[in-house]
Design a binder for this molecule. Structure first.
Ligand SMILES: *[C@@H]1O[C@H](CO)[C@@H](O)[C@H](O)[C@H]1NC(C)=O
Ligand SMILES: *[C@@H]1O[C@H](CO)[C@@H](O)[C@H](O)[C@H]1NC(C)=O
Ligand SMILES: *[C@@H]1O[C@H](CO)[C@@H](O)[C@H](O)[C@H]1NC(C)=O
Ligand SMILES: *[C@@H]1O[C@H](CO)[C@@H](O)[C@H](O)[C@H]1NC(C)=O
Ligand SMILES: *[C@@H]1O[C@H](CO)[C@@H](O)[C@H](O)[C@H]1NC(C)=O
Ligand SMILES: *[C@@H]1O[C@H](CO)[C@@H](O)[C@H](O)[C@H]1NC(C)=O
Ligand SMILES: *[C@@H]1O[C@H](CO)[C@@H](O)[C@H](O)[C@H]1NC(C)=O
Ligand SMILES: *[C@@H]1O[C@H](CO)[C@@H](O)[C@H](O)[C@H]1NC(C)=O
Ligand SMILES: *[C@@H]1O[C@H](CO)[C@@H](O)[C@H](O)[C@H]1NC(C)=O
Ligand SMILES: *[C@@H]1O[C@H](CO)[C@@H](O)[C@H](O)[C@H]1NC(C)=O
Ligand SMILES: *[C@@H]1O[C@H](CO)[C@@H](O)[C@H](O)[C@H]1NC(C)=O
Ligand SMILES: *[C@@H]1O[C@H](CO)[C@@H](O)[C@H](O)[C@H]1NC(C)=O
Ligand SMILES: [Cu+2]
Length: 557
């Protein structure tokens, strides 16, 4: 007995010492996935939520903390949750994309996501990673710096999260199912939203207006998340400049801008100086679309209100770039640079072990039952990805054959003028093909948009890594001329990059995280159509260079 209590005492003392020196905490969250009726634009429908909330509750943590999120599924759909942008070093089991790293959590089942936030601080978000459930199943992740570590910018008076989303009056699963059946594009959303609310520029929506009350002469940190399903957007606040200080949980060199461009999957932290004495100003969200594709082109609005200004005062009109303002989008993207300070260096790989060129774009599949005999499709290097029925990571870890092959092409199978006159055969090939990467190798990947069906801007998201964006341009990537213009010093470091419409983007990353990592377009409709693939990063030679064993409660298929 005495020995036992001594041991307990010892453990206790060690734990206390550890928590004083390391200060890392384990934070517990319960996520109950359930339906709740929500009304927007005069339409009421049951939506899938976390704990009944839309957007979902914010997860707060500090760099170095471990999160234990117990997700219990009480809806009729299979569910998984992805912790978007969290690196998941050696813990790919907790990453979340269904049938890539885990089998889904089935109705009435639960799974505890267990992961540690290492070397990251800033704003990220979580969202469902199955079907179109992330339309309503998403919420912010706020990672504060370690205790006593300041921000590399003036300490804000207050911090605010702004989740940008999309609302459909119809059930979103019905929207995509109808599209897959007909072969055409799914219906666009009925409204964009700010923290779940479309705002007063819609009929029947005045009471669903997000309002932020501010004091004059203060600095606010706005943590902006694009959780929309299919639309890249601009965001602005009338009469105010925004100072960008962080993207995708990586600090940037600060710069001022009238508006930001933000793709689904991206996050942007801005400082807002409330440099007016009083007033009410619209904050606005509008889609960015510079290809001939119909989108939800309505303006969502919220209100920035100086405390003391009467609610009857008319808000200053929103100003926001035009829906097709490619020049603004390009200029904004090119303004982003890593902070690259002594404390936060940009560790850009200066040499390349593996060179990849991936075409990304929209195409067609044959579909005898569809309206035009064909169905919209999407592919990378002409492969439209086929989802397996057991998780790729499980197949990889347990050496189960027949689930996937490691022969994803490094280059387009047939070179052509990618952004010129489309080829005659628009049909894609099918496969569950992966690219194998050696542990700790450096990878350069050029993403090249195609004009096969139509050009479009694709926000490409890589799981398990941040990458550096070395350069981008319009037309076809030129391997002889373009590398001379690459930024190898302070390029932006992100997890999601919008590849220009009819253009290309070159990224680099170090494959230092063993596991199976999904890469896909973060426009959900394009993912559904097959614009996705995965990397297998093989284990290194040392034990700490290998993926950890799967958790005992990992769902089974
Ligand atoms: C989570 O739910 C369990 C019951 O299942 C409860 O004991 C625990 O206190 C809850 N934790 C939090 C952080 O709410
Ligand atoms: C939503 O409202 C409908 C109609 O009132 C009702 O039948 C349904 O049970 C409600 N669903 C939930 C999850 O509350
Ligand atoms: C997770 O939550 C479920 C109930 O929703 C509970 O039965 C289970 O014990 C919880 N698991 C842990 C590890 O807390
Ligand atoms: C979480 O995972 C770590 C390994 O990364 C393991 O040591 C720990 O026991 C796990 N915690 C729980 C509650 O399962
Ligand atoms: C999509 O829009 C069309 C045309 O407005 C409409 O007829 C159809 O019902 C909509 N689909 C869904 C699933 O709401
Ligand atoms: C709101 O309703 C009015 C009158 O019915 C109509 O003219 C206007 O176009 C509607 N606006 C929106 C955004 O639906
Ligand atoms: C005035 O608007 C603010 C938000 O802008 C809101 O919090 C407050 O309740 C409103 N007051 C009245 C009396 O409507
Ligand atoms: C917005 O989109 C709708 C539907 O595609 C279209 O009819 C309308 O003309 C567009 N409005 C503007 C201002 O572009
Ligand atoms: C943007 O759209 C407007 C019409 O809505 C058109 O007049 C203009 O030429 C377009 N700009 C570009 C750069 O395509
Ligand atoms: C590709 O097509 C575009 C558009 O037709 C054309 O401007 C360009 O010169 C072509 N490039 C090559 C290498 O043929
Ligand atoms: C990865 O490679 C870099 C450069 O060669 C080296 O500095 C680093 O130590 C390696 N990391 C691991 C974990 O092997
Ligand atoms: C849920 O996932 C399991 C395992 O993959 C699958 O067998 C089942 O059909 C799925 N259920 C639904 C409703 O999709
Ligand atoms: Cu896309």
């Amino acid at each position: 007995m005495a020995v036992l209590s001594n041991t307990i005492m010892l453990c206790f003392v060690t734990l206390v010492l550890l928590s004083v020196t390391v200060e890392a905490k384990t934070r517990h969250y319960n996520f109950t996935i359930r339906f709740k009726n929500y009304t927007r634009l005069c339409h009421t429908k049951p939506i899938v939520t976390v704990n009944g909330r839309y957007p979902g509750p914010t997860i707060y943590a500090r760099e170095g903390d471990t999160l234990l999120v117990n997700v219990t599924n009480h809806v009729k759909y299979n569910v998984t949750i992805h912790w978007h942008g969290i690196r998941q070093l050696r813990t790919g089991w907790a990453d979340g994309p269904a049938y890539i790293t885990q089998c889904p959590i089935q109705t009435r089942q639960n799974f505890v996501y267990n992961f540690t936030i290492t070397g990251q601080r800033g704003t990220l978000f979580y969202h469902a990673h199955i079907l179109w459930l992330r339309a309503t199943l998403h919420g912010p992740i706020v990672i504060l710096p370690k205790k006593h570590v300041p921000y590399p910018f003036p300490k804000p008076h207050k911090e605010v999260t702004l989740v940008l989303g999309e609302w459909w009056n119809a059930d979103t699963e019905a929207v995509i199912n109808q599209a897959l059946k007909s072969g055409g594009a799914p219906n666009a959303s009925d409204a964009h939203t700010i923290n779940g609310k479309p705002g007063p520029l819609f009929n029947c929506s005045t009471k669903d207006t997000y309002a932020l009350a501010v004091e004059p002469d203060k600095t606010y940190l706005l943590r902006i998340i694009n959780a929309a399903l299919n639309d890249q957007v601009f965001f602005s606040i009338a009469n105010h400049l925004l100072t960008v200080v962080e993207v995708d949980a990586v600090y940037t060199k600060p710069f001022n801008t009238k508006a930001i461009a933000i793709s689904p999957g991206q996050t942007t932290n801005v400082l807002l100086n409330t440099d007016k004495k009083a007033g009410r100003c619209f904050m606005a969200v509008r889609a960015f679309m510079d290809a001939p594709i119909p989108v939800d082109n309505m303006t969502a609005a919220g209100i920035l209100q100086y405390i003391g200004t009467p609610n009857t005062s008319n808000p200053v009109k929103p100003v926001i770039p035009k829906i097709n303002d490619t020049a603004f989008y390009t200029n904004f993207s090119n303004s982003l640079k890593s902070l690259n300070s002594a404390a936060f260096p940009a560790k850009v790989p200066q040499t390349v072990d593996r060179n990849l060129l991936f075409t990304i774009g929209l195409a067609l599949d044959s579909c005898p039952t569809c309206a035009n005999g064909s169905r919209a499709s999407a592919s990378i290097n002409n492969v439209s990805f086929v989802m397996p029925t057991i998780a790729l990571l499980q197949a990889h870890f347990n050496n189960i054959s027949g689930v996937f092959t490691k022969d994803f092409p490094d280059n387009p199978p047939t070179p052509f003028n990618y952004t010129g006159t489309p080829p005659k055969n628009l049909f894609t090939s099918k496969g569950t093909r992966l690219t194998s990467l050696t542990y700790n190798s450096t990878v350069q990947l050029v993403l090249q948009d195609t004009s096969i069906l139509t050009v479009d801007n694709h926000p490409i998201h890589l799981h398990g890594f941040n990458f550096f964006i070395l350069g981008s341009g319009f037309g076809n990537y030129n391997p002889k001329k373009d590398p001379a213009k690459f930024n190898l010093v302070d390029p932006p470091e992100r997890n999601t990059v919008g590849v220009p419409t009819g253009g290309w983007t070159a990224i680099r990353f170090r494959a230092d995280n063993p596991g199976v990592w999904f890469m896909h377009c973060h426009l959900e409709v394009h993912t559904t159509w097959g614009l996705k693939m995965a990397f297998v990063v093989e284990n290194g030679n040392e034990p700490e260079q290998s993926i950890l064993p799967p958790p005992a409660d990992l769902p089974k298929c």
